[in-house]
Ligand binder design. Structure first.
Ligand code: PLP
Length: 402
């Protein structure tokens, strides 16, 4: 007997459940398109060459150690992280109006931001896009924060529902918090254009919203670090105070090292110092200290111009390979197989994921009969495609929709 007998079994995680099915499958052509991690053209995890180089340099340095970093994290990393997202022309950086701490990757940054809001924006709800990364609402539940939704994806056009989004923002309770995916929206792969971002900023101003960006794919989405941070920088220029959760999982391939930062643009230097200290205090209570190894690797790269250039090159390798896979799926479907339907969204969506528009029944059939493991929502991780399986995938998709 156990006093915990009444603990209910939680529902299984949708993504990890499908990974399990994939592993168990004995199908010779099985394809795993469920997990959001980059794979190379052989379908293997890719340690970025620049990361390997920086890591060796780091561990061979006589001063390398495993000491605690302190509550606010590794300063050379945190400063470089803020600069990375806000850019060298950031007024907030020049004026010392940036509060920032290291976090336990992007997830930890989101949790920390929520904790801060809970303390200092008491009772303000957070608006999340529909759909969004399932962890956004999940973390809010655990942090005890109320969430609302705004329309984002239009299933008909497989693009952005801009009108719905603006309408929902303009109807939001004044001074609520809005979470925006800065680039490579997960799960849809649909991003606003700069023109649309301007309208979104305008709508947020009209309700005096607190803006919280989640940027988990900077440089990974387009291959261009500045382009992927455009929205964040635009909002800074428009005078918003901003919180930005930064993940270095995808763009450095440091998934398991839990490398991240929370960068905040605030109104004054004095406020920035207080916010940083509060974020440090909250970090102390949550995890005490962040993991050091990944942050130190990233700091080596971010603070060395030659390695930085090499990193940009590695980002190009990843984003180009994904774009090539999108183009190939599109070409095989439209030019060779003459698959019914419009497939331009596969090419136009950006980042790791594509919302294919397949129905749940089609997704189930793909898993069962073709061993193509995608989520019930129709989301595929394009990074799971490669020269060896892209044709099989396209043919399977064609099979599923006929
Ligand atoms: N935010 C989004 C939208 C994501 O897709 C992810 C990862 O999949 C994250 C945040 C954070 O990931 P991590 O905690 O591994 O940095």
């Amino acid at each position: 007997a156990s006093r915990y007998e009444s603990v209910p079994q939680p529902p299984g995680d949708a993504i990890f459940g499908i990974v399990k099915e994939f592993r168990a499958s004995t199908h010779p052509s099985k394809v795993n398109l469920s997990i959001g991690a980059y794979r190379d053209d052989q379908g293997q995890p890719w340690v970025l060459p620049v990361v390997k180089k920086a890591e060796l340099q780091l561990v061979q340095s006589p001063s390398y150690d495993h000491e605690y970093l302190g509550m606010e994290g590794y300063a050379p990393f945190v400063q470089a992280a803020s600069l990375l997202v806000l850019g060298k022309d950031s007024k907030a950086i020049k004026e010392g109006r940036v509060a920032a701490v290291q976090t336990v990757s992007g997830t930890g940054a989101i949790r920390l931001a929520y904790e801060f809001y809970k303390n200092y924006r008491k009772d303000a709800p957070i608006l999340l896009p529909r759909p969004t990364w399932p962890n956004h609402p999940q973390i809010a539940v655990e942090a005890g924060i109320k969430t609302l939704e705004y329309r984002y994806y239009d299933a008909k056009t497989k693009g952005l529902d801009l009108a719905g989004m603006l309408e929902d923002i303009k109807a939001a309770p004044p001074r609520s918090i809005i979470l925006l995916h800065a680039c490579a929206h997960n799960p849809t792969g649909v991003d606003p254009t700069p023109e649309q971002w301007k309208q979104i900023a305008e709508a947020c101003l009209s309700r005096d919203l607190d803006v919280f960006f989640d940027i988990a794919y900077q440089g990974f989405a387009s291959g261009d670090l500045g382009r992927d941070a455009w929205a964040v920088r635009h909002f800074e220029e428009r005078g918003f105070e901003l919180f930005v959760a930064q993940s270095f999982s995808k763009n450095f391939g440091l998934y398991g090292e839990r490398t991240g930062a929370l960068t905040c643009v605030v109104g004054s230097k004095e406020t920035a110092a207080k916010v940083t200290a509060q974020l440090g205090r909250l970090t102390r209570a949550l995890v005490s200290n962040c993991p050091s190894h990944g942050a130190k690797i990233a700091a080596v790269v971010l603070n060395d111009p030659a390695l930085y250039a090499e990193w940009e090159d590695n980002l190009q390798t990843m984003s180009k390979r994904i774009q090539t896979m999108r183009d190939q799926v599109f070409d095989i479907l439209t030019k060779e197989l003459k698959t019914p339907g419009d497939w331009t969204h596969i090419k136009n969506q950006i980042g790791m994921f594509s919302y294919t528009g397949l129905t749940k029944a089609q997704c189930t059939a793909l898993r069962k009969d073709r061993a193509v493991f995608l989520l019930d929502s129709g989301r595929i991780s394009v990074a799971g495609l490669n020269e060896g399986n892209v044709r099989y995938f396209a043919e399977s998709l064609d099979w599923a929709v006929r």
